[in-house]
Design a protein. Structure first.
Length: 463
């Protein structure tokens, strides 16, 4: 299966690789992937999960080639890591130049300019009515852990509020405030203390049985009530929220809900942490998702697409909050590595130079329009939602009962990857397919992926 209109050619020295939208040459997985699967089973811990049974040989833009020569269109982007596309030439060149200078002196031992330059750039990108400062770590979970440490140090209050359907990582505090028990929390207790859950504004499945927008944002009133009964403001140091919940099912929080949470935090001296780990860096059609809602977070956590795949995360916050910890209380050996910082600077430059924010909006419109067309044809689609090029489609067995259809999602993903398209699932019921395409994906590639999705649904319809 292929599309000539999506031809991509890359030159590497004397080698020329021609890649099309999707070219499946072998069984999937192919012979080389199957051989490595056997070694994986022998040597890699069982708990390290993976969605599809192929091994990558190379990647460029929105395309991935496996070791057997099969080419796939990538709607996962490393779970939102490759917003500017796989192996962007400018990022690769920046990393190579840095490799010739120094790799890792450790910022806590000898400082280096890229750390300062990227901190300055992120402070500028998130500027509001107050000055911001930055620290770097390695992963999204580490950013969350440090944001909570900083908030507790600043407020001297231990309590942390998070939302139902949230995902913040797999380290202990991040796992504690994550909502989904299986697979993320099951068997790992006891969890961190002084944490509290509040209802998320999952309007398609309102936990309070209300209907937006005629609900008066009842889920916020639930929080106000909890602050008078189950907890008091003097206990709560921070509230953390994803403007668009990622792993939870690409749930877009209503503007009124987020603004009300911000107001409650301001009224009660609670630090507002906005988790932009999956939604940041042009993904939603703004540089950061919170900018859609006119919020001014106290702290923002960033990772994933910040450095195009080089491990890096950031905590960006109000200067007086970020300065609460004493020297040595935050940081880490590899935090803000030189390779990550030069990659991060180049990522921001590419986003701005290539206008990837607008491309995210255009790509999102193409995909969303196709999904809405499918919703009209297939009753198994219950909801289509998202911002920019961060979109989700929720599958149900019945639109009235909204019974989740996780089995369909699993089979559709399997059908698609055997035809050269990589999709990911999400949602607390595992019944959402999420779309995180590289923002450089072409219209032809996007439509090819949507064609395969529709083929899968049509095949189910004919059963």
């Amino acid at each position: 299966m292929h599309s000539k209109s999506c031809l991509h050619t890359r030159k590497e020295g004397l080698r020329v690789i021609e890649e099309r939208c999707a070219v499946i040459k072998t069984d999937v997985p192919g012979k080389k992937s199957r051989a490595l699967l056997k070694k994986r089973e022998k040597y890699v811990a069982f708990g390290v999960g993976c969605n599809i049974d192929i091994f990558i040989e190379e990647a460029k833009g929105a395309l991935i080639k496996d070791m057997d020569g099969n080419v796939f269109i990538d709607f996962a982007a490393g779970i939102g890591v490759q917003n500017i596309g796989h192996c962007n030439d400018e990022v690769v060149n920046a990393i190579n130049k840095q490799l010739d200078k120094y790799i890792h002196p450790c910022f806590h031992v000898i400082m280096y300019e890229p750390y300062i330059a990227l901190a300055e750039k992120l402070a500028e990108l998130t500027k509001g009515t107050f000055k911001r400062k930055v620290m770097f770590a390695n992963s999204g979970a580490e950013a969350v852990e440090n944001a909570i440490k900083i908030a507790r140090r600043y407020t001297n209050k231990p309590g942390i509020i998070s939302l139902e359907c949230a995902f913040h990582g797999r380290t202990y505090m991040a796992m504690t405030i994550t909502s989904k028990v299986k697979p993320y929390k099951f068997g790992f207790g006891p969890f961190s203390t002084d944490t509290y859950k509040i209802p998320t504004a999952y309007c398609y499945r309102c936990p309070l049985g209300c209907e937006y927008p005629h609900c008066g944002i009842a889920c916020v009133e639930k929080l106000r009530s909890l602050l008078k009964s189950e907890m008091i403001p003097e206990m709560i140091g921070a509230l953390i929220v994803e403007p668009v919940q990622g792993e939870g099912g690409f749930i877009v929080q209503p503007p009124e809900y987020l603004k009300a949470l911000e107001s409650i935090c301001r009224e009660n001296d609670i630090v507002l942490i906005v988790d932009e780990i999956q939604s940041g860096f042009a993904r939603t059609g703004k540089m950061f998702a919170y900018q859609h809602f006119e919020l001014e977070p106290d702290i923002i956590t960033m990772a994933k697409s910040i450095a195009a795949g080089i491990p890096l995360s950031a905590v960006v916050g109000k200067a007086e909050i970020m300065d609460a910890p004493s020297p040595g209380q935050i940081g880490g050996t590899y935090g803000g590595s030189p390779l990550g910082c030069v990659a991060g600077l180049k990522v921001i430059e590419v986003i701005q130079k290539e206008d990837l924010i607008e491309k995210a909006n255009n790509l999102g419109r193409i995909i969303k329009n196709r999904l809405l067309e499918m919703k009209e044809k297939y009753d198994c689609i219950g909801d289509v939602r998202g911002l920019g090029a961060m979109l989700g489609v929720e599958f149900v067995k019945d639109r009235k009962t909204k019974e989740p259809y996780a089995e369909l999602v699993k089979d559709v993903i399997n059908y698609a990857y055997k035809r050269g398209v990589i999709f990911l699932s999400a949602g607390i019921f595992n019944n959402v397919i999420r779309f995180l395409p590289p923002l450089v994906m072409t219209e032809e590639q996007a439509n090819y992926g949507m064609d395969v999705l529709e083929e899968a649904l049509e095949a189910y319809n004919l059963r």
